[in-house]
Design a protein around this ligand. Structure first.
Ligand code: NAD
Length: 433
């Protein structure tokens, strides 16, 4: 039986390599569609959790994993030799930057080498990790073809960017259109057929490079527009104009304007990094991606601006930042997720500490922060804790926060997210970006 028939009849076995924010929800969706899914992971703790029916990603319920594992449709393993005989292999490993801000493709290469050891004619390999245009053809294809098999002839090879938005309740894998580009027309067709089994709308494109560039355009668009609104925030601050009111007013335009909001900077595993994958590749073509560099520069300034705002706010109360008690609310890079990777709140904390402030934090999702900061634990917020702080800083607007209560009990607030906009009393003690 050919791969397409196996896919249609849900008899194709699927291996998802890398069970993180992308790979785990994807594995669940594929398994729910009726396929047998094996997750290949290098982290033993994650493997153990999955096989015990426990989730470590907020968007995926433990109950769901438990059911799938109990029915034998999902399991996790660290044994990469198990890739042998798996019909469809989807790679979802990290694509970070190295210390020189260059693409770090070690994980992709490792995954590709493991797939190459197991590949057989008729199988399909799809890369989902975000990367620069050309990765599938330049990095994956030669590794897979080192086996003597030919991509497009002996096996299918495609790229399909992941668009998952952690914490988004409205859009999931199922109802987010999926872009798919193969290295041949047939590869695109077969990969599209696969995704159509569990995604409502599939958008085939003409090549892997178009699919790779599409994802980068999406994330660069966000990085640049966030930077634009952040730059206008800096200007509005100087001009004494309320940027939030401006954004709300501009957002009433029913066409040609998409709302972006300012904040303490950008974070997460995607927006701060992905644009630099393209900037790096562009240099090979003697091309400088100026928007990307400029957006990075402006967004990097925001934590410094927030700290200056805190310092000014304290100054207006005849207090210096040094030795002031500052309580930071929310350390994740965005609301309602437990992810602190590259979170600007961590930078704000670091800068405050470097200036001698006595910093504590609360986050309902993050018990401890360490990285290169001294280890800190989330403290419980009580009326006493709020009223003891010289300044409360809102860096992440988690839904569980009761803003009326927070404002009522705080002495001074610097709100970087306009989270307190609907609070009725206490506006005199709130400083917004
Ligand atoms: N997090 C997001 O919101 C998001 C959204 C869209 C795209 N992406 C992209 O998807 C990719 C994965 O991101 P993520 O957030 O899921 O990362 P993650 O760190 O949450 O998960 C990656 C997983 O891969 C595992 N891993 C690493 N090397 C491996 C290997 N050789 N074999 C098997 N497993 C391996 C890691 O242990 C980890 O569990 C990245 O390219 C990222 O840019 C992420």
């Amino acid at each position: 039986m050919g791969l397409e028939d196996k896919i249609r009849e849900k008899r194709a076995t699927v291996g998802v390599i890398g069970l993180g924010y992308v790979g785990l929800p994807l594995s669940v969706e594929i398994a729910r569609a009726g396929f047998q899914v094996v997750g290949f992971e290098t982290d033993p703790e994650r493997i153990e959790k999955i096989n015990a029916g426990r989730s470590y990603i907020t968007d995926v319920l433990s109950e769901t994993i438990e059911n799938l594992v109990a029915h034998g449709t999902l399991k996790a393993t660290g044994d990469m030799t198990g890739l042998k005989g798996i019909d469809v292999k989807v790679i979802c490993v990290p694509t970070p930057l190295n210390d020189n801000r260059e693409p770090e493709l070690t994980y992709v290469k490792e995954a590709a080498d493991n797939v190459a050891k197991s590949i057989a004619p008729g199988e399909m390999i799809v890369l989902e990790s975000t990367t620069y245009p050309g990765t599938t053809e330049e990095i994956l294809q030669p590794r897979l073809e080192s086996t003597g098999l030919k991509a497009g002839n002996d096996f299918y090879l495609a790229f399909s960017p992941e668009r998952v938005d952690p914490g988004n309740k409205r859009f999931s894998i199922k109802n987010t259109p999926k872009v798919v580009g193969g290295i041949t027309k047939q590869c695109t067709k077969t990969a599209s057929l696969f995704y159509r089994q569990f995604v409502k709308q599939v958008i085939p494109v003409s090549s892997t490079r178009v699919a790779e560039m599409t994802k980068l355009l999406e994330n660069i668009y966000r990085a640049v527009n966030i930077a634009l609104v952040n730059e206008l925030t800096l200007l509005c601050d100087r001009m004494g104009i309320d940027v939030w009111e401006v954004i709300d007013a501009a957002s009433t335009k029913p066409f040609g304007f998409t709302k972006f909001t300012p904040g303490p900077g950008i974070g997460g595993h995607c927006i701060p990094l992905d644009p630099f994958y393209l900037a790096w590749k562009a240099r090979e073509y003697d091309f400088n991606t100026k928007f990307i560099e400029l957006a990075g520069e402006i967004n990097q300034q925001m934590p410094y601006f927030v700290v200056a705002k805190i310092s000014e706010a304290l100054n207006s109360r005849c207090k210096s930042l040094k030795d002031s008690r500052v309580l930071v609310l929310g350390v994740t890079y965005k609301k309602d997720v437990p992810d602190i990777r590259m979170s600007p709140a961590l930078k704000v904390i670091r800068l405050l500490q470097a200036r001698g402030a006595d910093v504590s934090y609360h986050d309902p999702f993050v018990v401890t922060i360490s990285s290169d900061l001294a280890e800190m634990n989330s403290i419980e917020i009580t009326e006493e804790v709020l009223s003891r702080a010289d300044c409360t800083v809102i860096t992440t607007d988690h839904s569980s926060y009761d803003w009326d209560w927070i404002v009522a009990n705080s002495r001074l607030i610097v709100d970087t997210k306009n989270a307190t906009r609907h609070v009725k009393d206490g506006s005199e003690k709130i400083v917004r970006l």
